[in-house]
Design a protein around this ligand. Structure first.
Ligand code: KIV
Length: 289
């Protein structure tokens, strides 16, 4: 559980674990407390994902966050000096317009503290991948269900269920790995497709809703800890290890009751003046009540 390394994990080290025995672990974090928690738990990578838009900022999709928003959250995570590699998500439209803008946006995330960036899409995004790699910034790919394409995909749906779509995903993954991506996220694809991809590329695959045949797994912090708005249906690939939204509400409710019932603060939770000063101020009798 405790931190033992002094230098953070690097992208080349992650890539070199393709044929390792232990699966890679990545969890998202968006601020200092969540970064401390996941790093102390021993993850290999912390993803400052654009899922921050949905799980922290209350938007209905990931399209609302900007490069500045991402840099703000990456900075908070990086200032905890984690052992894990900090991967910063390039938000929608930050790598779609031009090569120059792409490189500048990736550089902003690195200056904020990321050791690598992630972008969504397959062969269509190879120019962006090459441009960022030319600036010496490691790139993680992301294919399958790519939430930044939510409108084009027609919703949050499992991808690659048809033969042609499955072949397209394999070809996309091969192209990203050959371009130099150090790892590739596979989101919401059937396990058979994930297995074909994992066997076809030299970069480690990191699955989310992609079954067990990946080189690693990633989950969103708030999903795995059980923070979810009432009525929100968790996807079936999420395993919840806690019910923190419930626990936090219980704790705050107890505080509310204590304040309203006159049980907070107690004398031990209060700074007191010396009796003599109280006396001089004419407040005698107030000290210990
Ligand atoms: O933003 C995010 O949290 C992600 C993960 C779902 C991989 O991209």
């Amino acid at each position: 559980m405790a931190k033992s390394r002094t230098a953070p994990v690097t992208a080349p080290e992650i890539c070199a674990r393709k044929h390792g025995e232990t699966p890679l672990v990545m969890v998202t974090a968006y601020d200092a407390p969540s970064a401390r928690v996941v790093d102390a738990a021993g993850v290999d990578m912390i993803l400052v994902g654009d899922s921050v838009a949905m799980v922290v900022l209350g938007y209905g999709d990931t399209l609302q966050v900007t490069t500045d928003d991402m840099a703000h959250h990456i900075g908070a995570v990086a200032r905890t000096t984690p052992n894990a590699l900090v991967v910063g998500d390039l938000p929608w439209l930050s790598y779609h317009v031009s090569r120059d803008e792409t490189v500048r946006n990736a550089a902003s995330l690195v200056r904020a503290g990321a050791g690598a960036v992630k972008l969504e899409g397959g062969r269509k995004r190879l120019d962006a991948v090459h441009a960022i790699l030319d600036a010496e910034i490691p790139v993680m790919g992301h294919i399958g269900l790519t939430p930044q394409s939510i409108h084009a995909l027609g919703g949050f749906k499992v991808q690659g269920k048809q033969l042609d779509a499955a072949r397209t995903l394999v070809e996309d993954a091969v192209a990203l790995a050959e371009a130099g991506c150090f790892a590739i996220v596979l989101e919401c694809v059937p396990d058979g497709v994930a297995r074909m991809i994992t066997d076809s590329v030299e970069a480690p695959t990191i699955g989310i809703g992609a079954g067990r045949h990946c080189d690693g797994q990633v989950l969103v912090y708030h999903d795995l800890l059980g923070f979810s708005a009432p009525g929100h249906r968790m996807p079936k690939f999420v395993r919840q290890y806690a019910a923190q939204e419930f626990d936090a509400t219980e704790s705050v409710s107890r505080f509310v009751d204590d304040v309203r019932g006159g049980r907070f603060p107690s004398s031990e939770e209060t700074y007191h003046m010396a009796d003599q000063m109280l006396d001089e101020l004419g407040l005698y009798g107030a000290a210990s009540t």
